[in-house]
Design a protein around this ligand. Sequence first.
Ligand code: VGL
Ligand code: ZN
Length: 208
Amino acid sequence: MTKALLLIDLQNGFCPGGNLPVADGDAVVPVANRLMRDGGYDLVIASQDWHPSNHGSFASQHAGKKPFDMGELSGQPQVMWPDHCVQDTPDADFHPALDVSRIDHVQRKGENPKVDSYSAFRDNDRAALTGLAEFLRSKNVTELDLLGLATDYCVRFSALDAVEMLPGVRVRLIADGCRGIDPKGVEDALSAMADAGVEITDSSRIGI
Ligand code: VGL
Ligand code: ZN
């Protein structure tokens, strides 16, 4: 029995002042800190969106595209994002208030410029794995709770992959520990996760 907490992309880039800010994104940092301290977890993992400066999800790499337009990347539909979480820049750093001393393992993603990687488990085209599923299996994880940014992108796809790639593991989303980009997208994400078997819970129900 190993209980793990997965923190998705708690980076400056997704917080107010960052390059792809999620409204109120920094409000989830205290939730993460409290759960790392009091949640009774055996293992804490944090994912980090970690793009090269020429990443193909950036509107800046596509002539005539503006951020949030739809475009294509390697023949697949792709949201054109503002440049964000570029490797070794402050935008990619964890939020300064996050208690990184309690993180056991960091999983980076989004390094291949030709494909985006919302999920902490694998690229959007599902071809390349990050190794996170294998890591969690090697630690005999039986329960995985997750929270972070953004509910409608990286949290959603990470939770769905957790259910699919870790059969038998209880997967729970800590809803008050998440914030999203688009309200309708958040609503769709919550129902897609619930339909897939993700339990939706709240941090007030965890720990002391
Ligand atoms: C994310 C869009 C682009 C996320 C990452 O962390 O949800 N969203 N890259
Ligand atoms: Zn990204």
